[in-house]
Write a protein that binds this ligand. Structure first.
Ligand SMILES: NC(=O)c1ccc[n+]([C@@H]2O[C@H](COP(=O)([O-])OP(=O)(O)OC[C@H]3O[C@@H](n4cnc5c(N)ncnc54)[C@H](O)[C@@H]3O)[C@@H](O)[C@H]2O)c1
Length: 334
């Protein structure tokens, strides 16, 4: 069992990870500056409110809690903002990220897991699943910043006894019902929460669809993504941590289902699951959006024994809906 430091543990995916780690018997400490996170997500866990770039605080808490492993979820995540404000993204996601990694290494932490993204692969010209061996071609500052941290970690893993897993997530979605947390981003740019908000508005607020002219054979023209349930994502993290017990070096895994759903297909699935009217509004494509992003997830299956078990659209939408209704009441209280 490990003492695990979880940066960004007061955010959407990190808050699920801390619960999964605790359920697996690990001791968890959350490190989050609450820039986009929510204090209520940290309730019941040791929580340090600080920036990952604050080497003094990080060094001290590693010592105090005898941290042996870290999971790094803390990051700004809005691709569009990263294009408009690259300086903020590089400062927070790269500069502070490197300080964090270097402080952990110096403080004796030997196992590290990074939340990376399928956006490091860029846009394919053909519709096929992406494997870890595919070319790296980040299209925006958010993705560049993730790739930069990956490169830093490659060198750390070569030079030091510093074991690394890099997980490249496809589209995280859904919520673990028992956990009491979920997707809560302001503003929300992700498709599924926006569909649910449209459903709550009784058809008055449409879901914005960016582009219906992507030429993907046999599909409806809207962009295709691989939606992975957050419970499946964090299960991979628990397995990744176990894997690092015996494995030195750096290991990269895609986390997705291998199945793509178009924007129209997700909207249709939500109408069926919720039995509510959901209206849509067509907009031009967004710059930098890839037409088709679907994971080849065989590596995670073969090496970590991981398979997504809960990532059907129905289960994602149902669980996200339970959370979204809760979130509406939480927001009313704020
Ligand atoms: N949501 C997705 O679909 C998706 C896809 C690919 C990759 N990712 C990656 O997964 C990770 C988690 O994403 P999320 O959706 O949970 O985001 P989130 O915004 O809900 O959580 C990020 C958390 O990090 C904290 N944070 C940010 N900068 C910090 C800093 N400098 N110091 C301390 N805390 C800081 C925020 O307060 C927040 O609690 C991110 O690294 C993101 O890039 C997410």
């Amino acid at each position: 069992m490990e003492n695990v430091l979880v940066s960004g543990g007061a955010g959407y995916i990190g808050s699920h990870a801390v619960r999964a780690l605790a359920a697996a018997g690990h001791r968890v400490v959350i490190l989050d500056n609450l820039s986009t996170g929510h204090r209520e997500f940290s309730e019941g866990f040791d929580f340090v409110e600080a920036d990952v770039g604050d080497s003094e605080r990080v060094g001290a808490l590693v010592k105090k809690y005898r941290i042996s492993a870290a999971m790094h979820f803390a990051s700004f995540i809005n691709v569009g903002d990263s294009v408009v404000e690259p300086a903020e993204y590089y400062m927070n996601n790269v500069a502070s990220g490197i300080r964090f990694i270097a402080t952990l290494q110096k403080s004796g932490v030997r196992k590290f897991i990074l939340s990376s993204t399928c956006a490091v692969y860029g846009a394919l010209t053909e519709a096929r699943a992406l494997s870890e061996k595919d070319a790296i071609q980040p299209l925006n500052p958010y993705a560049h910043a993730k790739r930069m941290l990956e490169i830093v970690l490659e060198d750390f893993a070569k030079a030091y006894d510093f074991r690394v897993v890099i997980f490249r997530y496809f589209n995280a979605a859904g919520a673990v019902k028992a956990g009491g947390t979920g997707e809560w981003h302001e503003p929300e740019t992700h498709l599924i929460p926006n569909i649910l908000r449209a459903a709550m508005s009784d058809g008055k607020t449409p879901v914005r669809i960016f582009g219906n002219d992507y030429h993907i054979q046999g599909r409806d023209g809207t962009a295709v993504r691989d939606y992975i349930h957050v419970g499946d994502l964090v299960d991979a993290h628990v397995r990744g941590l176990d894997y690092l017990q015996a494995q030195p070096g750096l290991h990269v895994f895609n986390l997705g289902t291998g199945n793509g759903a178009s924007v129209h297909e997700v909207v249709t699935a939500a109408r069926e699951v919720l039995q509510l009217p959901i209206t849509t509004e067509l907009h031009p494509r967004r710059a930098g959006d890839a037409p088709y992003l679907v994971a080849d997830n065989r590596r995670a299956h073969e090496i970590l024994g991981w398979s997504p078990t809960n990532s059907g659209l129905k289960s994602i939408i149902e669980s996200a809906w339970v959370w979204e209704k809760k979130l509406a009441t939480v927001k009313n209280r704020h």
